[in-house]
Design a protein around this ligand. Structure first.
Ligand SMILES: Cc1cc2nc3c(=O)[nH]c(=O)nc-3n(C[C@H](O)[C@H](O)[C@H](O)COP(=O)(O)OP(=O)(O)OC[C@H]3O[C@@H](n4cnc5c(N)ncnc54)[C@H](O)[C@@H]3O)c2cc1C
Length: 423
């Protein structure tokens, strides 16, 4: 780590070393723009925090274009579909055939490490283990951040712009006055119990399972590590879920024994309960403070969108700040919030739709509506295409998130169901 001074200056002060903050510092550096990243947690903690694992193809393209896609291509896994299931039925949705795009399985931990290493190689200044982070003078052209460094020294970081990439509980979101923002939110009446297990995946693609006992998801992190989730009551105490109970519930909900399919179990290495929430704040800018990623919006993880939205935001923001700081052209910066929010709302709707379709409410009427919806999605090309198009995400965010490259195939070309879709 570089030595601290009590007063520093940079072009862009970035709060938060999650995926949004690290990727933004990397993209800005590619444009020759200097930044400093400050983070409350230790680097080890940030790099081992188990969270997202699905990357849209546009996120993969962005990472590759930015020179940080090599390990992803080497050890990540391309998935060209998912399974949707409910008791007695399992259907494969072929994303490649339906939407012309795929997703990649690559853990947020791995991505964070890749970005950290790339920033190290470029001599990035970052400060882990800080506290009392605060933002100041947001309406001047010399805003600044103050924080207490890990050694107790008070530091002032002057900048041209501050990027709030500090997630849902950081100070950036809270720095926007209540009178200057609009908030939309939804808290869902269920949570997820997520586990990481030393168990080979029992499936080639993710399984999204509706079950009257509650939703279950079979995901994976590698050939030897599985990531699985169970719908549980909000406020669930993890102590009430010993390992045997978790495996039993997963086996029931995922259909162990159905058509000979078997759930492979193993040692559980991590367990946590995740509340389910949708949140959007607008605008994503307040004076010289720009918000990106979870600092501005939260989606329930059912649609696998949180990390991808963070990447899409900072792709737009890096371009906007480059034009603003290098060319003195603030048009992209002025349009940043509206442009980013179009994608945010599409993903917010999709995440809400997947969540409400897949989670049991205990109401028999809801259950019948969910089952007929699942049947339609799985068995109609129109329904399946809608899911595939949203799950794999709109094309690249680097230029204009809604522009369709000429080579994007037409939707709905492939009949369902197909059991494999290897490209
Ligand atoms: C518990 C949890 C589990 C998740 N699981 C999944 C999942 O299974 N699948 C999925 O698709 N998505 C999941 N997500 C969503 C996904 O991980 C996020 O959307 C993604 O991390 C967003 O990246 P970000 O950089 O915007 O925010 P974050 O990753 O939250 O990074 C923000 C950073 O800011 C730092 N910070 C906070 N306050 C301060 C401060 N005062 N000063 C300095 N730094 C600060 C934080 O320590 C953090 O490192 C999960 C999210 C959470 C919170």
């Amino acid at each position: 780590m570089l030595p601290l001074t009590d007063r520093m200056r940079t072009e862009v002060a970035i709060i938060g070393a999650g995926p949004a903050g690290l990727l933004l510092s990397h993209l800005l550096a590619l444009e020759g723009i200097e930044s400093v990243v400050v983070e409350t947690r230790s680097r080890e903690y940030v790099e081992s925090r188990i969270r997202a694992g699905i990357l849209e193809s546009s996120t993969v393209a962005l990472l590759e274009a930015a020179g940080v896609g090599e390990r992803l291509r080497a050890v990540g896994e391309e998935h060209c579909g998912i399974y949707l299931q409910w008791p007695g039925e399992r259907h494969h949705l072929d994303f490649l055939g339906l939407a012309g795009r795929t997703v990649w399985m690559y853990g947020q931990t791995e991505l964070t490490r890749d970005l950290g290493r790339a920033r190290d190689a470029a001599g990035q200044r970052f400060y882990y283990g800080v506290s009392a982070t605060a933002v100041h003078d947001l309406h001047s052209d010399r805003p600044y951040v103050t924080f207490q460094a890990f050694d107790g020294r008070e530091v002032r970081l002057d900048a041209d712009v501050i990027a709030g990439c500090d997630g849902a509980h950081g100070p950036s979101r809270a720095a926007v006055p209540v009178t200057a923002r609009q908030v939309w939110e939804r808290t869902y009446p269920y949570s997820w119990l997520g586990i990481l297990a030393d168990a080979a995946p029992s499936t080639d693609h993710l399984i999204y399972a509706w079950h009257p006992d509650g939703f279950a998801l079979h995901s994976m992190r590698s050939r030897t590590v599985s990531r699985l989730y169970l719908q549980v009551e909000p406020g669930t105490d993890i102590a009430d879920w010993p390992d045997d109970r978790i495996w039993e519930a997963l086996a029931t909900r995922l259909g162990h024994g159905q058509d000979g399919w078997k759930l492979i179990t193993g040692r559980i290495t991590e367990k946590s309960v995740l509340p389910m929430r949708s949140y959007v704040m607008a605008p994503m800018r307040h004076g010289r403070l720009f918000l990106a990623g979870d600092a501005a919006h939260t989606v329930p993880p059912t649609g696998a969108k949180g990390l991808n939205l963070a990447a899409a935001d900072v792709a737009l923001l890096a371009r906007a700040l480059t034009a603003m700081l290098r060319e003195h052209d603030s048009r992209l910066a002025d349009a940043y919030s509206d442009t980013a929010l179009r994608r945010v709302w599409r993903s917010t709707h999709f995440s809400w739709w997947m969540t409400t379709m897949m989670h049991s409410t205990g109401d028999p009427f809801d259950a019948q509506l969910q089952l007929t919806q699942l049947d339609w999605v799985a068995n109609s090309t129109a329904g399946a295409t809608g899911l595939a198009e949203n799950y794999t995400g709109p094309p690249s965010a680097r230029a204009e998130p809604w522009s369709r490259p000429d080579d994007t195939p037409a939707f709905g070309r492939v009949a369902l169901p197909r059991l494999t879709c290897s490209p």
